[in-house]
Design a protein around this ligand. Structure first.
Ligand code: DAH
Length: 402
């Protein structure tokens, strides 16, 4: 309903007939009384048809409608308010002051009007209440067909996945998994592995030493390999020993596509009374075939590590060109650069000198050890050409390995 209409419908009481007596209005018979009551009733009927918002917008312009914050209450007070409501005015001005001859008619008309007003006000209250409730319900409605809030779930880092893969393979053939400290003493990191203080291989493993307070018992360093756990394990445990040690290692290398100052290794150690070189190569071959697939071949070449004797370097036939050195599409295989073989990791039979450090009887026990660089292996298997991506936490890279 346009505001103008509302405005006219409850125009202020410029000359409100209920403020005058019937005599002042010139009413002197039943007919006149009925007409006046009908006028009031029409006015009321228009107002009671308004909804809450319409009454409110009216209140903003009509101070006379009262100052109640609730527009419905305002309207109610205007009509049935005890002090100055229209019904009170009619009682005062029309009923009480009517001549005795009209009292009966005025009384009857008044009662009818009163009932009408009260009923309609109550109906209006209910109507508005229901409408408000319906609107609230509508607002609060839950649409079960809307897509929910998707909370992204992370995944294991590729390095962690490769660790897991390798751990599973060795676990299935009887190895247990142990972990050790990333901060080591030179004794475990070097000496007990048969690397005395001025041994040249220490140069390759130049690493980070911790700044310690003066008088500290021993220097401390970030371990350069997982091999110290060979010593820690054998110190704790009598043969048979079969463990693998996954973990982080550190070296003072300048970062480039194949070097990082932090990287990952898995150490392996098996020691018992009857372990032979065949057990050694057989175990390694089993692992390599499990990891790269049954069609690859392995080979080993002589190498040198202070804690193994003999020492070897294990190679795998290039899994990408099938060990031919030629790419499927022709031309040199880019993975092995035509060599047909890819260098994998160092290993060997445990040097008897090492047993001396852990009170094993070198005459009675034998065993093998290996140290696998995980980052290199992961790069090889998943075709990654820069080791730095493992440490950059770029989700565009990480998401490729869910
Ligand atoms: N610790 C050696 C390194 O980090 C790797 C290694 C070679 C570990 C031979 C071994 C091993 O257990 O037998 O370069």
């Amino acid at each position: 309903m346009p505001f103008g209409v509302i405005y006219i419908a409850i125009m202020p009481t410029v000359d409100d007939p209920t403020e005058k007596t019937l005599a002042e209005l010139g009413v002197n018979d039943a007919q006149g009384v009925a007409e006046k009551f009908a006028e009031v009733r029409t006015r009321f009927d228009r107002q009671v048809a308004f909804d809450a918002d319409e009454i409110r917008s009216l209140m903003l312009h009509e101070a006379w409608l009262g100052s109640d914050s609730d527009p419905v209450t305002s309207l109610r007070n205007f009509w049935v308010g005890r002090k100055a409501g229209v019904l009170t005015l009619i009682t005062e001005n029309w009923l009480k002051k009517s001549p005795p001859s009209l009292k009966g008619v005025v009384g009857k008309q008044f009662n009818e009007l009163k009932t009408h007003i009260e009923t309609k006000l109550e109906e209006q209250r209910k109507r508005i209440e229901e409408k408000t409730e319906a609107a609230a319900l509508n607002r609060e409605q839950v649409d079960l067909s809307l897509p929910g809030v998707i909370r992204p779930v992370g995944s294991h880092h590729l390095i962690r996945q490769v660790f897991q893969e390798i751990e599973d393979i060795f676990f299935s053939i009887g190895f247990s998994i142990v972990e050790g400290p990333e901060i080591e003493t030179p004794y475990y990191n070097f000496e007990a592995l048969n690397i005395p203080e001025f041994h040249p291989v220490r140069d390759d493993m130049d690493t980070f030493y911790l700044e310690l307070p003066k008088g500290a018992k021993t220097p401390l360093l970030l371990r350069t390999h997982t091999s110290p756990m060979q010593i820690r394990t054998m110190e704790k445990q009598k043969p048979p020993v079969r463990v693998i040690v996954p973990g982080k290692v550190y070296r003072r290398d300048n970062p480039d596509a194949t070097h990082s100052f932090a990287f990952h290794q898995i150490e392996g150690l098996a020691v018992d009374t009857d372990i032979t070189f065949c057990d050694f190569t057989g175990t390694i071959e089993y692992f390599v075939k499990q990891f790269f697939g049954p069609s690859v071949k392995t080979r080993f070449r002589p190498s040198y590590f202070p804690f193994t004797e003999p020492s070897v370097e294990f190679d795998v036939s290039c899994p990408f060109c099938g060990g031919t050195g030629t790419a499927a599409a022709g031309g040199t295989c880019t993975k092995c650069k035509g060599a047909a073989w890819i260098e994998l990791f160092g290993a060997g039979m445990v040097d008897p000198a090492v047993y001396g450090f852990v009170n094993y009887d070198a005459k009675k026990v034998s065993g093998f050890a290996f140290g696998i660089g995980i980052d290199r292996l992961a790069m090889l298997k998943y075709g990654i050409d820069d080791i730095q991506v493992f440490f950059q936490n770029d989700v565009r890279f990480l998401r490729q390995f869910p």
